[in-house]
Design a protein around this ligand. Structure first.
Ligand SMILES: C[S@@+](CC[C@H](N)C(=O)[O-])C[C@H]1O[C@@H](n2cnc3c(N)ncnc32)[C@H](O)[C@@H]1O
Length: 360
């Protein structure tokens, strides 16, 4: 007969699988709240407390399914995205009505003009069916060694973006929000590293927002934002930044230093070595450097971002051709093969580390 401990462990196993299996419900509820701008609505009432009717009154729709909203809010309260309290019977509301407020988590989902740091565009990007469909191809990827995004869409993500302006916009907005958050930590810990640079090329810099932020803090730097032509074509002007369209596998504009945020993790080792070799040609042999802002994996780590770092490795598997996150030995290998034998790894207060690499 099973002991009580074994029975409990078996039941916990069942609950664990049921929770993991339905983990997508959290993402989808989050997406719904962002789409309907529920965090912004609560924020417009001073961050709460607000009733469901008050939230509903600001969602533009002639036939709102308020009961659906209540169910979605209930799960999000359970996940601490919103907080909920029962109001007092004499508070001017219907007795025991639930009052919702923002939490430190939902403050990251605000999209208004004064919400500079928001993860909302990333929620909308990562939960879009275009980026969800490759996840269904993992089994096939394992069997055949193929690329999930190409199985789902018949082409690489960058070709898909160049042919689909809506995806291009969604992707670039998602990147701007992530880099906007990450760049603050980078500037904070890498001040000295930027002080001595006269010119900086941001390779795969998207629409140039990251470089613009760096240059706001270090206005002596001449910035070149380098990305594929369809990306720079939609980039707004930024003070101190020149946009250049091109292909980093062919050539990289010359500068004192190269900056790359979230580039190496998009590619397999061979491609990274090609990019690094082109970086080496772009910078002075003597004092030039490459500043890489990317994840350094610590698979056993238990800090607040370590699980997300591992998850990001699978995000790369879903979306990129050969992309992956790397631990220290894997970084060493590509840096050495790419012509950067000397490097330092510097932690930032985010998911990312800075890898400062020198040719000599
Ligand atoms: C993950 S995004 C990172 C964007 C940006 N560095 C940031 O931090 O927001 C990767 C970028 O690499 C660009 N890219 C992809 N292939 C490229 C190529 N062959 N040459 C130049 N840029 C490329 C993409 O267009 C995209 O903007």
């Amino acid at each position: 007969m099973e002991s009580l401990d074994e029975t409990e462990a078996t039941r916990r196993g069942q609950a664990h699988i049921l929770n993991l299996l339905h983990a997508y419900a959290d993402s989808m509820a989050l997406k719904c709240a962002v789409e309907l701008r529920v965090p912004d609505i609560i924020h417009s009432y001073g961050g709460g407390p607000v009733t469901l009717a008050q939230i509903a009154s600001r969602i533009p729709s002639p036939s709102l399914g308020t009961a659906y909203l209540a169910r979605i809010m209930r799960l999000l309260v359970r996940e601490n995205i919103f907080s909920a309290n029962r109001c007092q019977p004499d508070g001017g509301h219907e007795s025991h009505e639930i009052l919702y407020s923002l939490t430190p988590s939902s403050r990251w989902l605000l999209q208004g003009p004064e919400s500079e740091l928001s993860l909302a565009p990333l929620v909308l990007l990562e939960t879009h069916p275009w980026l969800m469909s490759p996840w269904h191809c993992f089994g096939n990827c394992v069997k055949t060694g193929g690329i999930a995004f190409e199985m789902a869409h018949g082409r690489k993500i960058w070709d898909f973006a160049s042919e689909n302006p809506e995806f291009n916009r969604l992707f670039n907005d998602g990147m701007v929000c992530v880099s906007g958050i990450m760049v603050r930590g980078i500037i904070e810990v890498y001040k000295d590293g930027f002080e001595r640079i006269g010119s900086l090329v941001d390779v795969g810099g998207g629409i140039g927002k990251t470089l613009a932020e760096i240059i706001k803090s270090f206005p002596h730097i001449q910035g070149i934002n380098y990305d594929l032509p369809h990306v720079v074509a939609t980039a707004p002007a930024h003070d101190g930044v020149t946009h250049v369209g091109g292909n980093m596998f062919e050539t990289i504009p010359h500068a004192d230093a190269v900056f790359m945020r979230g580039i190496m993790h998009d590619w397999g080792d061979e491609d990274c070595v090609k990019i690094l070799k082109n970086c080496r040609k772009a910078i002075p042999e003597k004092n030039g450097k490459v500043i890489i802002a990317d994840i350094v994996l610590k698979p056993e780590g238990d800090s607040m971002f370590d699980k997300t770092r591992l998850v990001m490795d699978l995000v790369m598997m879903a979306h990129c051709s050969g992309g992956k996150e790397r631990d220290k030995p894997e970084w060493k290998k590509i840096l050495e093969e790419g012509g950067f034998p000397r490097y330092n790894i510097i932690k930032t207060p985010s998911l990312l580390s800075i890898i400062e690499a020198y040719p000599l």
